[in-house]
Ligand binder design. Sequence first.
Ligand code: C5P
Ligand code: MG
Length: 198
Amino acid sequence: MMGSKVIRPKVVFVLGAPGAGKGTQCSKIASEYNYVHLSAGDLLREERTKPDSQYGKMIDSYMKEGKILPVAISCGLLKKAMFDSKKEKFLIDGFPRNQDNVEGWTKDVADHVDLQCVLFFDCPLQECINRCLKRGAEGSGRTDDNEESLRKRIETYLSQTSPIIQHYTKLRLVHSIDASKEPDEVYKCVKKIMSKYN
Ligand code: C5P
Ligand code: MG
């Protein structure tokens, strides 16, 4: 139609080790800057609970093992959530997590959105582990906030996600944030970055 223009949704990827504070910071960003917060992990957990989901069992076992599910599943859920929201600004938390995630996204979605930047929450691994164990002990209800699963999640993070962060660093898209401090302190750094894009 004449005069109408296609709006490309804006996307910010949010990465960091398990327990780095991605979800906590995303909630704050989402409410202040009007982004829709989409956590790949949360979407997968929601999918797992659906009685008619064909992926329930698979999601369950992958999560306990700290393994990354095939991108068709995670990216499919993200795409659906983006479409259903009818909004234009998205924080995509915990994705892309490995090479398969990047490839699926590139093939399917990348050309239709504007990737603004990647926020990397940088936190010492021991602190991340402590936070997840505390979260588990306080009743996060997550099947993977235990020592055994955490060890595997960290292993996956180091071997598969770190190279993805390096990949986006080379593309000059990454903002690295010291995530070892208290949430409000971390958020001060986040605001300095996000205010440039909004
Ligand atoms: O990000 P979060 O810690 O909630 O992710 C929990 C689990 O969900 C991961 O350990 C992994 O098993 C799964 N996941 C995935 N692909 C993603 C994000 C999460 O398979 N892109
Ligand atoms: Mg999370």
